[in-house]
Design a protein around this ligand. Structure first.
Ligand code: BDP
Length: 721
């Protein structure tokens, strides 16, 4: 080969690679998880063919920030999924057009004369129809945001390969306020955040607003999340200062087109810290006036401001009780300040004070239940799913069904503070389903938590739900690709609390990872089993709050260093020579009495108490015989082992998906599974070794011998391994 030939072949060679690289662009593009479930990669050709004639053009008439965002999203989504540029037009001159809008924004939709009243302000109708003699699909709503939700629904149908030729879907959200709570501090850190720093970048606002915030709002809109509290419930008064309100307003401007409203956590003592008053007593007229003025100032800047979220008299936060007033006095004073602007106050029920002999699980009920019927019309009471604190498994909170004259909304924790943070996979839909499906018996059989919170049992006017966000500045938003599913699941359940975990998992996998049938089946199984596995290796049979102190990562059932008894694991598990568990029956704290009969009797009786909650309600003898025929100690040990076994097999199943899942995310998740296996083993070994010092029994057959001694496990937190 002479020099010229050599050069020519180098050129040809290079061109060849450029060409291959280009045509493989979609496959080899960085899959860093940023796009979450809105990846819009081309669908398999066979599916694309079915859709092409049905998605020939996007017809969005009119312009507005929401309509423009909706049009962009729809065009990008359809073009990506179908692998060809889909035009946006404002007339129907092609069969297969998809026409989107409201009767106000779109003459084409107005002409249909559909009655959409029952869809409310956020619902949509999605229907195959005929326009100008052409077969079209119509997405119609009463509001532009409703139409946007319809667009996301349609895109989800495409992403998950559903038929779209005979559509007739009408939907509206079952819960009105579908809200994320961000525990973001003003310095950019996030309380219980495991995915980097705060997305807001307070220090750059209001002059610079990170582009990412628009994606955050889009993603929320795609699952129907319509509200977000920007700052930590352990609030800093400065978040209500003029300086920070401007920053919040800049965020609100970005969120608005996507139907996401902004709320702020309010520190009850802000009138002192910001206003220079001597007191924050809610009965002091100057205090009430300060809040009224503050509310007026906020609404000047953020006309659609949602309202205040308040953690009061809890874990050291100030509140009305600091001034010998009660929760109602505090909540209603704030409610009066925002009422003229149609704002609301979300008052948290996470209140507990430690007294001698007190049962922390009883505290929220004892503190709040007596106020049923006393809260103002624009106050919501936000109640954690269980009576203690976002544990891997808790019974439903007894306040659900106990406050018929109060607007109660559930609070879930999406961020996995107590469930292995961003290292362990725990798909939370099954856990949340358990809460929704629990029967409170408040008005007889069938009074499920869902019916309490969706307003059907007590005709609650404002309904809602809050989830403590798992997002942060990490490129993949949640710190682990698979736990993005929890953000998705939260939104889907907030929209419709009846959707099954399996359906949520299946949708999310198809949208996020792959439509390969076998892989979808494997992953759906992994996801839906994962929460129970975490319960098995962390807190089986009703155990709770036995995590390492402070950061709550990893086991430390021996931990006894916190200043308050009710922050220390022994307070919760009560292990002794006789057995394990917290007696919450008549012979103990009797907090089981907070439940309605017959739930109360079922829980209170050792024979009938669901075994997955048995040590939550009872001090169970080590040799007590369970339904399996095994004694309690053996069963406990086998649960721990089962959890470890599950992680090992899930890890193998995941490894077998290499080649189906893109290499980048496959490797990242594989690393997480490796950590999860390590964690599960440490959990099993340390808990069993520790509890064994009380049970004094050998490990049953089938349970592996611990790898280290108890002292070695005690010496080092799993966080620092
Ligand atoms: C606990 C967290 C703590 C929160 C608290 C809350 O450990 O960081 O401030 O909940 O919900 O689980 O207020």
């Amino acid at each position: 080969m002479n020099l010229q030939d050599k050069r020519r072949s180098v050129v040809i060679f290079t061109l060849f690679f450029v060409f291959v690289g280009f045509s493989l662009g979609n496959i080899s593009r960085a899959e860093d998880g940023y796009r979450l479930w809105l990846r819009y990669e081309p669908l398999p050709e066979s599916i694309r063919q079915q859709y092409r004639s049905r998605v020939s053009a996007i017809v969005v008439q009119g312009t507005s920030p929401t309509l423009n965002a909706l049009r962009d999203e729809f065009v990008t989504g359809c073009s990506g999924l179908l692998g060809t540029q889909i035009p946006a037009t404002d007339t129907v001159n092609l069969a297969g057009a998809v026409v989107v809008g409201t009767a106000k924004s779109s003459p084409l939709i107005a002409r249909l004369n559909w009655s959409l009243t029952e869809l409310g302000t956020e619902g949509f109708r999605l229907r195959s129809a005929t326009m100008n003699g052409r077969a079209v699909t119509v997405i119609a709503a009463n509001s532009e945001v409703g139409a946007f939700y319809g667009v996301f629904h349609f895109l989800r149908l495409l992403q998950t390969g559903q038929p779209i030729n005979k559509l007739d879907v009408s939907q509206k959200p079952r819960l009105q306020l579908r809200m994320l709570n961000h525990w973001d501090n003003l310095n950019g850190s996030i309380e219980r955040g495991y995915a980097g720093r705060s997305l807001w970048k307070w220090e750059e606002l209001p002059d610079k607003v990170d582009d990412r915030l628009r994606d955050y709002a889009r993603i929320n809109a795609s699952i129907g999340v319509n509200a977000t509290a920007l700052n930590n419930v352990n609030a800093n008064s400065r978040s209500l200062s003029a300086e920070y309100l401007k920053k919040a307003a800049a965020i609100a401007n970005v969120f608005r087109p996507y139907g996401v409203r902004v709320f702020l956590s309010a520190r009850f003592s802000a009138p002192i810290e910001l206003g220079g008053l001597k007191t924050a007593d809610p009965f002091d007229p100057a205090v009430a006036e300060w809040w009224k003025k503050k509310a007026d100032e906020i609404y000047q800047l953020i006309p659609d401001f949602g309202g205040f979220l308040v953690k009061a008299n809890s874990e050291g936060q100030p509140g009305p009780r600091t001034y010998n007033r009660n929760h109602v006095d505090g909540a209603n004073m704030l409610a009066a300040a925002v009422a003229p602007h149609n704002g609301i106050v979300i008052w948290r029920a996470f209140v507990y004070d430690m007294k001698e002999g007190y049962d922390r699980a009883a505290a929220a009920y004892d503190n709040l239940q007596p106020f049923d019927g006393k809260f103002a019309a624009n106050v919501l009471l936000q109640v954690k799913n269980g009576p203690i604190d976002f544990q891997p498994r808790e019974p439903f909170h007894p306040l659900f069904g106990a406050m018929p004259k109060t607007q109660v909304i559930p609070e879930f924790q999406i961020t996995q503070e107590y469930l292995g943070q961003s290292n362990n996979l725990a798909f939370l839909a099954p856990m949340w389903r358990e809460v929704f499906d629990a029967d409170t018996y408040a008005k007889g059989k069938g009074s499920t938590v869902t019916k309490v919170v969706d307003g059907s049992l007590y005709k609650q006017k404002i309904t809602g739900i809050a989830g403590v966000a798992n997002t942060g500045s990490d490129r993949n938003w949640t710190g682990q690709d698979l736990t993005q599913s929890n953000w998705y699941a939260f939104g889907r359940l907030a929209w419709n609390p009846d959707v099954s975990s399996k359906q949520i998992a299946d949708e999310w996998i198809r949208m996020t990872f792959t439509t390969d049938a076998k892989a979808v089946a494997t992953l759906t199984r992994i996801l839906t089993e994962s929460h129970e596995a975490v319960v098995d290796y962390m807190t089986p049979l009703g155990l709770n709050h036995i995590m390492w102190g402070g950061h709550h990562y990893g086991p430390a059932p021996w931990w006894n260093r916190e200043g308050r008894a009710d922050w220390n694991p022994p307070y919760f598990h009560r292990a002794d020579e006789k057995g394990l568990g917290f007696d919450r029956t008549k012979s103990g704290s009797n907090s089981v009495a907070q439940y309605h009969g017959p739930v109360r009797e079922v829980f209170a009786n050792l024979q009938t108490c669901p075994e997955n909650l048995i040590v939550w309600f009872h001090h169970v003898p080590w040799d007590y015989q369970l339904k399996s025929g095994r004694i309690f100690w053996d069963e406990l040990a086998l649960h721990y082992q089962r959890g470890v076994d599950w992680v090992r097999s899930a890890r193998k199943d995941w490894a077998a998906l290499s080649g189906v899942i893109d290499a980048e995310r496959h490797a990242a998740v594989a690393k997480k599974f490796e950590l999860q296996e390590r964690d599960a083993i440490v959990w099993r070994d340390s808990c069993l070794l520790y509890f064994q010092t009380f049970s004094k029994r050998p490990l049953p057959a089938g349970v592996e011998k611990p790898a280290k001694t108890l002292d070695e496990y005690k010496a080092k937190s799993l966080l620092n391994w």
